[in-house]
Design a protein around this ligand. Structure first.
Ligand code: DAT
Ligand code: MG
Length: 156
């Protein structure tokens, strides 16, 4: 059907606060339960160089140094997700950046009280996905497979 959003990939990062708070499983469950497909995933200790590449669009902003320090402060879990409209869908599942605006029912709305400790990063455009995915994954690490459940999730 022409009104359906195209399949696309997005990059998600469960930040060090999500790992330290024992929320990895719950947050991944939200992605799986929605019907999205995980096509790449790893735990890693982000280096300052990787953080600077990921967040180059925020370079020079007042919060940039503290953001880079935070993202390198412990292990994170990086993922590439596939699904129809996955970029905007994951942004909606994440909720707004600030705790004043993040709605209950979203990841940030349910688990975060602070603009910095907001648990999860998600690409905001196809361009940012292309940039961010390259910081953490090689092409060979992205697994191509069919999710057998898809016929129960999508109508075509
Ligand atoms: P998002 O993560 O929702 O895409 P963003 O791209 O505007 O938000 O900012 C990247 C991260 O930087 C955000 O997740 C938390 C941090 N950040 C943003 N605005 C901030 C602020 N005013 N004070 C402290 N940290 C902030
Ligand atoms: Mg952002």
């Amino acid at each position: 059907m022409s009104d359906q959003l195209p399949f696309e990939n997005t990059f998600l990062l469960l930040k060090p606060d999500a790992v330290q708070r024992g929320l990895i499983g719950r947050l991944i469950s939200r992605i799986e339960e929605k019907g999205l497909k995980i096509v790449a995933m790893k735990m890693l200790q982000i280096t300052p160089e990787q953080a600077a590449r990921q967040y180059e669009c925020h370079f020079g902003k007042p919060f940039y140094p503290s953001l880079v320090e935070f993202i390198c402060s412990g292990p994170s879990v990086a993922m590439i997700i596939e699904g129809r409209g996955a970029i905007s869908l994951c942004r909606r599942l994440m909720g707004s950046t600030s705790p004043e605006n993040s709605q209950p029912g979203t990841i940030r709305g349910d688990y975060s009280l602070d603009v910095k400790h907001n648990l999860i990063h998600g690409s905001d455009s196809p361009e940012s996905f292309a940039h961010e995915a390259k910081v953490y994954f090689s092409e060979e690490e992205i697994v191509k497979y069919r999710l057998d459940l898809e016929r129960w999730i999508y109508y075509s």
